[in-house]
Design a protein around this ligand. Structure first.
Ligand code: ARG
Length: 462
């Protein structure tokens, strides 16, 4: 048979053309979705009276054989198999004869590939959501177990105010909840079937794209055939969602890297989740966290690469669009590996709570509390800020402990000393969403409710 277009062409394609244009090595990943799409199309052709019931069953049986051959590795690919769609159609025609040759009636690879990729993306994004939830479970468990442990909170990487460790961990958890929400949104928008758009303009045959869409489990059907075959918004959106998810993971990764340094000493990494050095015997390196940070670069690259491909692309299908698959596959693979590795890393690390508390109990961490204590006594905040600020400066310049200066201060005095006691400052963060034990207890309840809701939402469609 040769190429799909052999009728129009004299002789076969050049070797260089095939080498440059084939997509089979990567789009073979769409095989299951290609079979799903083809089955629905065959049923549609039978409903339209284009295939007899017998022909329909022969083609469906051939598609079953293709599925089995692909599954057990007996499928024989031909050099002329340009992409997965070509391979499947060729084999179906070999198996089902003239009925098989009717499979592509009223269909183009343009609507076919868009359909396959939507089916694929819809399913795979749900897998990512599931993995994010598993990661959130780890964050949640560790936050619960952290109890009232606290560490310095930072701004500008300078110690600012103490925060509960649970609060810090949940901050990452909430960001991941927004990632889940975004992935759901992307799934909802991509849930539209392009099948029936043909090459670009629909068909003269009595096909019913809406019925095929329903058969495929899509929530809707295309309104415009040109848009249906050209639209790759869903890939760009998915790549954005995954890039931002990577950015979120990379921020946590960066903290794991910092916390596990001797300088911080907040975190110990499990042997199984860290690497050694080939030369330096003492080293234990946070490679998982570093690669999470590093691979986020390629997640961003995959997004910007596809946007550049789509930019200024005229309607309708252009072969450029074949460039949508590799970045999508790569981002999915990368993020799933990163989520798995980061989950294991976080679940197995040890928090050094004493080191965290020691750093957070530095007297200067209570500076804001001293100022707010003055405010409670009626001093305007700007004045209290200046009073405490000058005590801190004197403490640093003159080497006098802040405690002594507070005690001797006419505005503060001995009554304010308790604010410098260990663990007092964090307990005073009492407002909603704040970093102290009271609001964090409420936050843990809200977070676990949201986690449970995420799980049932996912179960509802998978
Ligand atoms: N392999 C192609 C892709 O991934 C399939 C569509 C080819 N269509 C065409 N008109 N050449 O986009």
């Amino acid at each position: 048979m040769g190429t799909l277009w052999h009728g129009r062409f004299e002789g076969g394609p050049a070797e260089e053309l095939m080498a440059f244009t084939v997509s089979l090595p990567f789009d073979i990943r769409l095989a299951a979705d290609d079979l799903t799409g083809s089955r629905a199309h065959v049923r549609g052709l039978a409903r339209a009276g284009i295939l007899s019931e017998g022909e329909r069953d022969d083609v469906l049986a051939a598609l079953d054989t293709v599925e089995r051959e692909l599954g057990d590795g007996t499928f024989v690919f031909q050099p002329s198999d340009e992409d997965v769609h070509t391979s499947v159609e060729r084999r179906v025609t070999e198996l089902a004869g003239p009925a098989g040759a009717k499979l592509h009636t009223g269909r183009s690879r343009n609507d076919q590939v868009a359909t396959d990729l939507r089916l694929f993306t819809k399913r795979e994004l749900a897998v990512v959501i599931g993995r994010i939830i598993q990661f959130q479970d780890v964050l949640h468990e560790r936050a619960v177990a952290a109890g009232d442990a606290y560490l310095p909170g930072y701004t500008h990487m300078q110690r600012a105010q103490p925060v509960l460790l649970a609060h810090h961990l949940l901050a990452h958890g909430w960001a991941l909840s927004r990632d889940i929400d975004r992935l759901h949104d992307t799934r909802r928008r991509l849930d539209v079937s392009p099948l029936g758009a043909g090459a670009l303009a629909g068909s003269s045959l009595p096909l019913d794209p809406a019925a095929t869409a329903a058969d495929l489990g899509f929530a809707g059907v295309f309104d415009n055939s040109l848009d249906a075959v050209s639209d790759r918004d869903f890939v760009a959106e998915a790549l954005f969602d995954l890039a931002l998810l990577g950015v979120h993971l990379s921020r946590l990764a960066e903290e794991i890297i910092l916390w596990s340094t001797d300088e911080f000493g907040f975190l110990g990494l499990a042997d199984a989740y860290s690497t050694g050095s080939s030369m330096l015997p003492q080293k234990k390196n946070p490679d998982i966290a570093e690669l999470t940070r590093g691979k986020t670069g390629r997640l961003i690259g995959n997004l910007t690469g596809l946007l550049a491909t789509l930019k200024a692309l005229p309607l309708a299908y252009n072969r450029d669009l074949q460039e949508d698959k590799e970045p999508l596959f790569d981002s999915l693979d990368t993020i799933l590996l990163a989520l798995g590795a980061m989950s294991g890393l976080l679940a197995s690390s040890t928090f050094h709570l004493d080191a965290m508390a020691l750093a957070a109990d530095a007297p200067t961490s209570a500076a804001t509390d001293l100022a707010e204590w003055l405010v409670a006594g009626g001093t305007p905040f700007r004045d209290s800020h200046a009073i405490v600020g000058s005590l801190v400066r004197r403490s640093l310049d003159e080497g006098i402990s802040l405690r002594d200066l507070v005690e001797a201060s006419p505005e503060l005095g001995p009554d304010a000393l308790f604010l410098l006691d260990k663990g007092v400052a964090v307990g005073r963060r009492t407002t909603r969403g704040g970093a102290g034990p009271k609001p964090v207890a409420g936050q843990l309840v809200a977070f676990s409710a949201q986690l449970a809701a995420s799980k049932s939402r996912l179960e509802a469609f998978s």
